[in-house]
Design a protein around this ligand. Structure first.
Ligand code: DAH
Length: 369
């Protein structure tokens, strides 16, 4: 072209081509738009499923769809034609979209109708149950024990599981040389010989008496640790509930009555009990409370080893040495204390024969409670 036309002719030719192209494309565009409109409406009307309609939507209105492509082309046409063609394109787009929505609605309804006809729903079928967990049996028994004592006016007090030998032994009238220390095989920590995992919840007695003035009525549930070999009755971790009452003129009779009432409420029936003399360094006198076996009511069975009696807990009158060590005057105040193993009580209450069941946490076992 460069060789055959002068520059003036060349410019004139280019102007002509542009005008020709423009007028052609405007006409074409208008025609294309109207054809597309008609075709889209016809196609939509023929779509018989939502999926087919969605394909058509993409084909006409999607980002790469034909209407979008035409609309992008609008920027190439002459400015003078743009408003008219633009308006036409918008009207067509609205019409196409309106038709699409209408058909979408119609198909949704007919598809829903078809499903409702096809898919029968039997509302009488039982639902699928969602199994719900519950509190661990040891937690349940602990809560029961707490509730019983709460009803008698006791408050709950808690103490640390990592203790010093002062609270676990010395303050409980069990100095280093005391043979009772050997009875409770203690876990010591590598922090030092004075720091250990508490072997009894009696520690909390001391912590409470140090901080509060009598009269006092507390129970203290919690974990304790003893370095013992595992078997059906022993586990190195177990739970205790400690009880302490400090008041004026407290008697052994009150201790006995309190514990009898507790056992009646825990087992849900009156059971005969007996107090056997025993030894604990922090109580004087000390006793072990036995109850009539709740399974055979005393006639002898496997659970009670055919003795008719079961050991339930340790108890006694608080030793004056213990009161003195925490600054309570034993001439003015006296008290009783008791301590029980939660696993043992749970085993007796539910007839569980192996303590390990509480810790292996087999759902088949746990779901019985
Ligand atoms: N602490 C004792 C133990 O672990 C149980 C006990 C006995 C607690 C007598 C007491 C008590 O408060 O008076 O074996």
């Amino acid at each position: 072209m460069n060789e055959r036309f002068c520059s003036g002719c060349k410019q004139a030719l280019m102007r002509f081509r542009k005008v020709a192209k423009n007028s052609m494309s405007v006409e074409n565009l208008e025609r294309e738009l109207r054809e597309l409109n008609e075709k889209a409406l016809a196609d939509f009307a023929q779509a018989t499923t939502s999926a087919a309609l969605e394909e058509l939507r993409l084909q006409y209105l999607g980002q790469k769809g034909s209407l979008s492509t035409i609309m992008r082309g609008l920027s190439n046409i002459d400015k003078a034609d743009r408003p008219r063609i633009g308006q036409l394109a918008n009207e067509i787009k609205q019409e196409v979209e309106g038709a699409l929505d209408k058909q979408k609605d119609a198909l949704y309804r007919s598809e829903l109708d078809a499903r409702l006809k096809d898919e029968g729903i039997d509302v009488t079928l039982p639902g699928r149950a969602i199994s719900q967990g519950h509190l661990h049996p040891l937690t349940q028994v602990t809560e029961e024990i707490i509730n019983i004592f709460y009803g008698m006016g006791y408050e709950v007090a808690e103490g640390p599981e990592v203790e010093t030998d002062y609270y676990n032994f010395d303050a409980l009238n069990t100095p280093l040389s005391h043979p009772a220390r050997d009875e409770q095989d203690t876990f010591y920590t590598n922090i030092g010989p004075q720091v250990l995992l508490r072997s009894q919840t009696s520690t909390v007695q001391i912590r409470v008496m140090e901080n509060k003035k009598p009269p006092l009525k507390i129970i203290s549930p919690g974990r304790v640790y003893r370095n013992e070999e595992v078997n059906a009755r022993k586990y190195p971790l177990f739970h205790q509930v400690e009880g302490l009452l400090i008041d004026k003129d407290v008697t052994f009779g009150q201790l006995s009555a309190t514990l009898n009432e507790f056992i009646r409420l825990l087992f849900g029936k009156p059971l005969k009990t007996r107090l056997r003399p025993d030894f604990f360094p922090f109580t004087e006198p000390s006793a072990e409370m036995d109850s009539q076996c709740p399974f055979c009511m005393g006639s002898g069975c496997r659970t009670c080893g055919h003795r008719g009696w079961l050991e339930l807990l340790g108890c006694g009158m608080v030793d004056p040495n213990v009161l003195q060590a925490v600054g309570i005057d034993p001439e003015e105040w006296s008290g009783f204390a008791f301590g029980m193993g939660v696993e043992r009580l749970a085993m007796l209450k539910y007839g569980v024969t192996d303590i390990r069941n509480f810790f292996t946490n087999d759902v088949k076992f746990l779901s019985q409670f």
